[in-house]
Ligand binder design. Structure first.
Ligand code: SF4
Ligand code: SF4
Length: 700
């Protein structure tokens, strides 16, 4: 945890104090040959690096393409453009970005596009397990492969973003580059050359580089001074005043074995059952066709929702840059049928060791939380929505992972403006990549495995999040809330036959907290989150949100792209400072303070937009061209006085299995949503107390 907040630090400046480094004029730079860092040790046969190439191959096919026919109304100010592209890269977890002008000698090929500028970015190596720690044989020696995959991912997204804005752009990363990446990285001030190796400021580990070349003019950075310091001794920088990464950051992290992850989940109380009732025997499996985004796609919610469904998540050119990867990873998701162990991957006879190794691997690849549960049959959808075929439950275990959607960007946003869908898509894409590679690794070892992403999933994620101990049911309803990042995550799952010891559900007093807090309900733009108590829904105790209202708003609202405003508003959506961590533990350990903590959150103005953090351009894709948003921009802050009025007006519907399209229904058939019946069902919902009494009677 940092000591100092970064609330006054613009996102494009990065998490490092790059502005404090001595630099030189580009003309004064002497040309030196230098290499990017490699792994310190060779990868074993069972290493994850062997599962990465098929993803790398896929990503490489989307590095280039035709730009949109017209240019977006972006600022002429070249500094604003550079800042925007740097922030776009930092949002995707690059650590350092820089810009330089392209020279003829930078090209490695004779036939070259007429690009004028290069944007260079750096992907840091992740820490590895020590020898003997869980996952060591799978992970050690795989950092360069991991970094190259991530650099290629960014090359696709950032070049796609520029092309969607009407500029020519091509991505370059390891073994697929048309330019001299190392030379450009030195000139763009991202790294410097010393003794034949590239060195990055502040970093203690290695890194890989990626480049986007383009005709999008941007302000250039100056090269780092060859003899200057790479870590200034200024105590305010060393301690991270102003919100930058302090000097001790990686040393503190290194004290925790990789499989435990960054957050102390091991300190959260565990229980055999979740804090909310789950009546397994009463849960009816539902078809994917009943998911409300699928219902919108099939026309169940009317023509406008059907029409907007195809574009609502990709209405911004940045999100559109992610589309090729999100959609095209689906064929790589994996197997359902049993496989035979191959002997690769070491001794897999200890399920606890396997579980810890899988967690280490998830954290290494970029997941923020990893949990494991039994993939019980009721967690699987019953039927697919394309052919209407039955989905049998196939794998025994589910590995569930959460990807943080990013505190800083959330701070700058209203939650339903033009960056909203990009926040979701980034997390979905990263999750699909991580789970896909992990499932491929399990298959290499001879265990059937299949990832379940937002683009294609055969399991319902929420029960796996709950049972694998990554969160509790919250008032937001369909969102399981984690103690350390609140509701600010997207999930991904992979199922497998690799034997692992499952985790147990967690209990951190969230039920009491949400009983004392209504902020998400008050700030939901369409009054879809209940002000009332929990109810029973298809075997689950839940604060049931009106998913029809929520989906309709997310799909059809015109002043932004999608919505995640409830996630932004929650008092558990906190910065990773020592002060915020203290508040988290007070929220957990002192249930009597719940209302005071929730009220304080409002009092401090949390949930209002922080304009310093707004880094994106407000743009809307219309007929393949990025333009000023046609209907404008949602610019919401806090509405402390509207709660009572909304509570009085609230009418909620829910749609249990009997009100959903039956199993076997495909997207070609329209089954209109029966809202009246949904309202009636909600009004008659069983209370959790009644369900508990019924359960007690049945068991005697
Ligand atoms: Fe937005 Fe839906 Fe959350 Fe309401 S419930 S704030 S519409 S995402
Ligand atoms: Fe619970 Fe309040 Fe967060 Fe809503 S905003 S999920 S009520 S803590």
């Amino acid at each position: 945890m940092r000591l100092y907040s970064h609330k006054n630090r613009a996102f494009h400046l990065s998490s490092l104090a790059l502005e404090a480094l001595p630099r030189i004029e580009t003309d004064a730079l002497r040309e030196v040959n230098a290499r990017q860092p490699e792994d310190c040790h060779a990868a074993e046969q069972g290493a994850i690096s062997h599962a990465i190439p098929e993803y790398l191959e896929l990503f490489r096919t989307y590095l280039d393409g035709a730009p949109a026919p017209s240019r977006a109304p972006v600022p002429d100010d070249v500094a604003a453009r550079a800042n925007n592209l740097k922030a776009s890269a930092y949002f995707l977890d690059a650590t350092i970005g820089g810009v330089c002008v392209l020279q003829d000698s930078d090209w490695l090929v004779a036939e070259r596009p007429r690009h004028t500028h290069a944007f260079v970015y750096l992907i840091e190596f992740e820490r590895e397990p020590a020898v003997g720690e869980p996952g060591d044989k799978w992970i050690r020696g795989s950092n360069a492969a991991r970094g190259d995959l991530r650099a290629t991912e960014l090359a696709v997204i950032l070049s796609g973003y520029l092309r969607a804005m009407g500029f020519a752009a091509r991505g370059h990363a390891a073994n697929t580059t048309l330019v001299d990446i190392e030379k450009l990285a030195v000139r763009a001030g991202v790294v410097r050359a010393q003794d034949g190796m590239l060195q990055a400021p502040y970093l203690k580990g290695g890194f890989r580089l990626g480049v986007v070349t383009t005709d999008y003019a941007m302000a250039c950075d100056a090269p780092l001074a060859p003899e200057g310091v790479l870590e200034p001794s200024d105590p305010s920088i060393r301690m991270g005043m102003g919100g930058t990464r302090p000097e001790w950051w990686s040393d503190e992290l290194a004290k925790r074995p990789l499989h435990l992850g960054r957050y102390p989940m091991e300190k959260i109380k565990r229980a055999d059952e979740p804090t909310t009732l789950v009546l397994r025997e009463e849960i009816r499996r539902v078809p994917k066709r009943g998911d409300f985004f699928k219902r919108a796609q099939a026309g169940d919610m009317g023509a406008k929702a059907q029409q907007e469904k195809s574009r609502f998540a990709m209405k911004h050119p940045y999100a559109l840059g992610m589309a090729p990867l999100i959609q095209n990873m689906v064929p790589l998701q994996g197997t359902r049928e049993p496989l035979q162990p191959t002997g690769i991957g070491g001794d897999l006879s200890d399920p606890q060791r396997n579980a810890d190794a899988i967690k280490a691997l998830g954290h290494f690849l970029g997941a923020d939380f990893v949990g494991i549960c039994i993939a019980e049959p009721w967690m699987y959808y019953s039927h697919d929505e394309v052919e209407g075929r039955e989905i049998p439950a196939y794998h025994k275990y589910a590995v569930c992972m959460l990807i943080d959607q990013g505190f800083e960007t959330m701070e700058g946003a209203s939650g339903d403006d033009w960056i909203s869908a990009s926040q979701s898509m980034r997390a979905y894409l990263r999750g699909a990549e991580i789970a896909g590679v992990m499932a491929a690794h399990c298959r290499r070892m001879g265990y059937s495995a299949r990832s379940h992403s937002n683009a294609h999933s055969e399991v319902i994620h929420n029960p796996t999040i709950l049972m694998s101990g990554l969160g509790e049911v919250s008032r937001i309803g369909e969102t399981i809330l984690n103690p350390f990042i609140g509701p600010r995550s997207k999930s991904v799952v992979f199922t497998t036959d690799l034997p692992m010891t499952p985790d147990r559900p967690i209990a951190f007093n969230l039920q009491n907290f949400c009983d004392n807090c209504l902020k998400c309900a008050r700030e939901c733009p369409c009054n879809a989150i209940t002000y009332g108590p929990k109810v029973m829904f298809n075997g689950y105790e839940i604060w049931k949100a009106d998913v029809e209202k929520c989906t309709k708003y997310r799909v059809t609202q015109q002043k932004g792209s999608a919505c995640g405003r409830c996630m932004k508003m929650c008092p558990w959506n906190r910065e990773d400072t020592v002060e915020a961590e203290r508040l988290t533990w007070l929220s957990i350990d002192h249930p009597e303070l719940a209302k005071a903590i929730a009220d304080l959150d409002d009092h401090q103005g949390n949930g209002a937009r922080n304009p310093i953090k707004k880094w994106w351009f407000d743009l809307e894709m219309v007929n393949g061209v990025a333009m000023h948003p046609v209907a404008g921009i949602n610019e919401r802050d806090l509405s402390p006085d509207r709660g009572e009025k909304l509570a009085k007006a609230q009418k909620l519907a829910f749609f249990p299995p009997e009100l959903q399209p039956r199993g076997g229904t495909t997207l070609n058939e329209t089954v209109p949503v029966d809202r009246e019946a949904g309202l009636a069902h909600y009004a008659e919902a069983e209370t959790p107390a009644a369900a508990r009494r019924r359960q007690a009677r049945n068991s005697t």
